[in-house]
Design a protein around this ligand. Structure first.
Ligand SMILES: C[S@@+](CC[C@H](N)C(=O)[O-])C[C@H]1O[C@@H](n2cnc3c(N)ncnc32)[C@H](O)[C@@H]1O
Length: 198
């Protein structure tokens, strides 16, 4: 949004009440209030649909624009998120899509599946909200930056909460490994390898 080349935002959810509430909020707010959600010059629409069925019209690209359609998906688990990304790709062949994803749970599996499907990294970051940690992945099929299953450019261990997040992931997979007995849990070694030395 800050990039300034977004003209129209389409909000999508399958639940009619959520879309009706959002529509009312967007219709009633203006000026500073609306700026909390959208820049006032950005057009918006709400759609009550299954994201997996969307077919996009061809994008008209102005000079200086990326030519990619940006899709933001937040708040769903890694498995459903992968299903959504794959469906959107299948339904829209030949379109340049980029995704900003904020999954809950199963991020390692999602990252691995996205990398296997040919996605590369544009950017990634860790955010902390209400005591919980989230990874935000900005990815595209035409990025040549490898998408790591455990994250690469997002880690900054000068920030204490990054260390805290990694410790939580390691503890979680240690418990999983313990539950599985002798079976190997490959992500555990990969997360441990990120720990700062010394
Ligand atoms: C936990 S909420 C997150 C809402 C919001 N994205 C956020 O991050 O605050 C997950 C939302 O995904 C919606 N959802 C789940 N499957 C969907 C699908 N196939 N198409 C569209 N929306 C879907 C649910 O209805 C629900 O409102």
């Amino acid at each position: 949004m800050q990039r300034g080349d977004i003209q129209h935002v389409h909000f999508v959810d399958v639940v009619p009440e959520i879309m009706a509430q959002l529509k009312q909020r967007l219709s009633e707010t203006n000026g500073e209030d609306q700026a909390e959600i959208l820049r006032p010059d950005v057009q918006w629409s709400v759609h009550c649909e299954d994201l997996r069925t969307l077919v996009f019209p061809e994008l008209s690209v102005l000079p200086g624009q990326s030519g990619r359609r940006l899709i933001v998906i937040a708040g769903v688990g890694g498995d459903l998120m992968m299903e959504m990304v794959a469906a959107l790709q299948n339904n829209n062949p030949g379109q340049r899509l980029e995704f900003l994803l904020c999954p809950v749970y199963h991020v390692f599996k999602l990252r691995s599946a996205l990398a296997e499907s040919g996605f590369g990294l544009l950017n990634e970051t860790i955010v902390q909200d209400g005591g919980l940690f989230y990874e935000i992945l900005h990815i595209a099929t035409d990025s040549s930056e490898p998408l790591s299953s455990v994250g690469s450019m997002m880690w900054d261990f000068d920030q204490h909460h990054h260390y805290e997040y990694l410790s939580q992931l390691i503890s979680h997979y240690e418990r999983v490994a313990k539950g599985l007995g002798q079976q190997k849990v490959p992500m555990l070694a990969e997360y441990r390898a990120l720990l700062p030395q010394g």
